[in-house]
Design a protein around this ligand. Structure first.
Ligand SMILES: C[S@@+](CC[C@H](N)C(=O)[O-])C[C@H]1O[C@@H](n2cnc3c(N)ncnc32)[C@H](O)[C@@H]1O
Length: 315
């Protein structure tokens, strides 16, 4: 008997031989996130952490916890970008299902569970879109049915669990939509995020991800596969990344929501080109500034990474 989509996605990504547990280059070998795109991103997170440090009164131990840390790329970059006096107080930890990378610097911790009592910053870049959730689809009688987790991805005849029906009614109602319309049931993701926020004792929880808000939900959902840098059919067989955009508004109240473009601009990263006059007075500086502007433009491009959201919860 076929299981529902969520169980199939869980096994495909995180089972013993799951996509994210495999040895190799990790997520960076298959898709490009902000953390891989440019050191400017880690620099911006470092700038945010410095501001947070000040707001917290420069605690003796400043936590930096990266949930879904990949191969530790962001942690390494943030530590390198911080002033040494701040970096010396940072306790950096990657939370990952994949094993600790062999080349990870010794002081960076690595664990599978989010530590509690965090004083500092919990950051999760493109973690929430990889949390397995169920998908429902309207059948020919316009009733929402669970999508099953193996080809041909038929619909489960059983009715929705009350918890899922309630989430659907609150966050992604399908009333009035045609047969085939889909919703992705975000309750497990909301719970995972609430637990992450709950692990912060004092500081900030920041999720960076792509997603949508009520009124702008995609008619047929957002399930997508990625493999070797390209979009591919989202088959739950462990061969590819499976990603589902985040229903951002259901994550919780009291959150600050900015686009990455807005957030990075506030932190001093923007894609404006340097003045041409610099080319004649300092040609090398001009080339460096131009390359920085190119990297910043990628991170802030409203139709790409700049259109991702920063979801922030101050504790
Ligand atoms: C899309 S990758 C993002 C990696 C990195 N944060 C980045 O932005 O490049 C998602 C990562 O989250 C990890 N992950 C997903 N769920 C997790 C969980 N419950 N605990 C620990 N790691 C998790 C996966 O193994 C994967 O490495």
């Amino acid at each position: 008997m076929s299981v529902r989509w969520r169980a199939a996605m869980e096994r495909a990504l995180y089972g013993d031989d799951g996509f994210f547990r495999r040895p190799g280059g990790g997520p960076a070998a298959h898709f490009r996130t902000s953390a891989h795109a440019s050191p400017l991103f880690a620099g911006a997170i470092a700038a945010l952490l410095e501001r947070l440090d000040e707001a917290l009164g420069s605690p003796g131990r400043l936590d930096l916890v990266d949930v879904g840390a990949g191969r530790g790329e962001l942690l390494r970059g943030v530590l390198a970008a911080l002033p040494p006096a701040v970096a010396a107080r940072v306790a950096a930890v990657g939370v990952e299902v994949a094993p600790r990378p062999d080349d990870l610097p010794g002081p960076i911790g690595w664990t599978t569970a989010i530590p509690s009592g965090i004083t500092g910053l919990l950051v999760a870049t493109e973690w929430l879109d990889n949390i397995p959730v169920d998908i429902v689809e309207l059948d020919s009688s316009l009733r929402p049915r669970y999508v099953l987790g193996s080809p041909p991805f038929a619909l489960d005849a059983s009715p929705l669990d009350p918890r899922d029906a309630a989430w659907l009614a609150d966050w992604w109602p399908l009333d009035g939509l045609p047969e085939g319309a889909r919703a992705e049931l975000g309750a497990p993701r909301d719970e995972a995020w609430a637990a992450a926020v709950g692990s912060v004792a004092r500081g900030l929880a920041l999720a960076v991800d792509y997603g949508h808000l009520a009124g702008g939900r995609p008619l047929f959902g957002t399930l997508t596969g990625f493999k070797d840098g390209k979009e591919t059919a989202p088959l739950p067989d462990g061969s590819c990344d499976l990603t589902i955009a985040v229903a951002l508004d259901s994550l919780g109240v009291h959150h600050l929501l900015l686009t990455q473009r807005e957030a990075l601009r506030l932190l001093g990263v923007d894609g404006r080109r340097p003045p041409l006059a610099l080319a004649s007075t300092d040609p090398a500086g001009y080339v460096r500034a131009l390359s920085r502007a190119g990297a910043a433009a990628e991170l802030t491009d409203a139709s790409g990474l700049g259109g991702h959201y920063w979801v922030m919860r101050w504790v």
